[in-house]
Every structure is written in C-alpha cells, then in structure tokens.
Design a protein around this ligand. Sequence first.
Ligand SMILES: [Fe+2]
Length: 376
Amino acid sequence: MPSSTAPVVQPITPSEGSKINFGATITGMDIENLTDSNFNLIRTALFENQVLVFKNQSHVSPRAQFNLTNRFDPLATSYGHGKVVDAKRSILHPDLKTIPHQPQVQVIGNGFVSEYEGLKNITLRHPHHRTFHATTVPAEDDLSHTRFYRWHIDAALYGLAPPIVTTLLAVRVPKGRRQICRYDDGTGDELDVPLGTTAFASSYTTYDILSEEDKEFARTTKVEYAPHPYVWMSGAKSRSDGLGMVSEGKEIPLEQLPEIDESKIQVLPLCWKNPVTGKLALQVHPSAVRKLHLKDGTVIDDLAEVRDTIHRLQRPGIAPERVYAHDWEEGDFVLFHNRGVLHSVVGAFAEDEVRLFRQCNVAATEFPLGPEHVVA
Ligand SMILES: [Fe+2]
C-alpha cells in the first residue's frame, strides 16, 4: 500500500440504533514500512479510539505485524500468554498455532489449511459456545443464532503483565451470512452480527455508565485472579452472555493445579487508566476473577458473590447498542487496546468454511496504571 497519501483517522459511524463511541479506520498508512511519525499517530489514535481498522493489509508480513505490536512496548518479547503451562487442560490450548519464523504471531481460524507461513497441514478450530457455556442455543436454531463465546482480555493474568495491544489480520474469511447473537439472560437482548464477527465493548463506557456509588467502588476495589486461571476455570461453564462463569463449584481445586508460585498471583485495580486520555476503564477478565479486595481491607472470596458483583458492573457495557461487531473482510488488520476493551469471538463455522487469521500480542513489561496514577 503506498504511503504517499497523508494518513486519515476516521471514527467508525455507528449503525442505526447503535450507541458505540469508539473505533476508527485508518487509511494512507503502510504497516509494512512504518515511520516513527506514523507510529506516533497510530499510538495516539489507538488510545483515543481503542479499536483501529486498517483495510487492505493482506501484504503485511508476520514480522511487520509483530513489529507494530511490539512498538507499544519495545522491551516486551514473549507472547501474551507466555508458554502455556498444562496445555492439555488449559482452555486456550486448541485455538492457537505458532508461526515458526515469528513465534510471537499465532494462527487462529477454522478448517484445514495445507500450507501457511511454514505451517503445514494444520487444522484450525473456531470455538463454539457449545463447548464452553452452561446452556446452549438449541440445535435447530444453531445456524441462525449464536452467542458471545467469551468476553475477555488477552492476558495470562498469572505472572505476565497484560499485553497493551493485540493485532489481528484477516487472511482468509469465508463469505458470511449473518446470525442473531442471543444473550439468553432473561433480558431478551440480542444483536444481529456478521458470521464470525469479533465483538468489542468499550471498558471506558462500562465505567462511565455506572452509578456514582459503583464508580467509587470500582476506583477503590482490586481484583485477585486465580492462579493458572485458564486451567483453574477449565472445568467450569460460562454464563449465557459469555460474560464470566456460572458458579457450580466446578473450578479445578488449587491443589490439583500446576505448581503455584504465590508471587505470580495477580491483584490488579478494577479500573485501569488510559495513558493518553487519562480516562478510566473498568477492565476485568470476568472468567478469571477469584476474589475482590475492598478499600477497607475486606477480601470477598465467595466466588458466586465475586462473579455476581463483576457481572452487575460489566453487563450494561455489553448491551447490544454498545457492542461493535466487526464485519471482517480479507486484508483487514485490526489493532485494539487490550487494556481498554473487552472482546469476544462470536458464531460458528461449518468444517468446510476455511478462515485464517493471524493474531499477535506480547506480555507487557509494566502492569496497567491504576486510578490513582497521574497521567502527564
Ligand atoms: Fe482474544
């Protein structure tokens, strides 16, 4: 893509009925050969808009994808989840393949691919909510209706600091139909989405629409994540809206997890401060939370209560009118602020619908800024 035209940042126009206030497209930018001034423009645009879409980027190499991702934190080097411990039980295991010559970049998708970037004869599997949710869409509705698979942050949440950004490149996208995404939580909420969309919700909006009392609670509470969270949660099931887990006592007991290093257990602020705008995001991985630390020193360790509290705070932020469901086209390169949005895979493909994406994020060298941090 020629870089001679000046870059333009264009906020995404919300579709009818939508209230989204984040997301932008960038044109006139060559990711493969990024200048310092263009990177600075991207950085500011990212922290102001949270999700950036670059069109027609099929030519971008895995190296350039890593370089852009890494430029947000140049000293960071390892993939966002590090080396996945206990891959057999971790819920992350089946979804990722690593590019041999650029190991920080993962291939995800659906179907059989004979060759891609040094990977041979790989079978990719797009997750289906059936595998993860406590209840599912009835089989007769499965083609036309779907669910949010899992609202999340890309983060190990044990040891490694949450990546600042994630990049996604759509290499192959099956020609899509649309589906109705059901929340199935008694509200009747549903959202018309493109097949295989990635859904985003702004954690700044989630904070902004809280009551003053809840904002105060959010600013002063810390979240403790489970050790080895993706193994820990592997026996449990998700809520129907994909926003956290149901509490049925199915988590793997701590003594059955891989060895726990107490120093790696993370207690993070419930609100993370944007390094450019200073705004607060209510940013929590709802499936991995285990305890809440309140400002008076009380620790809430009743898992059902912890999850209900977090769900009550986060649910308004994923209301249908607040979700941006990206309609993927081949060559779309999406850069999103992993510390300012939640995202979720949506939908299900047939086996012969081949979809190939490249994903990259790197564990950060610093933890997110808390609400007390003063942004210069
Ligand atoms: Fe993700």
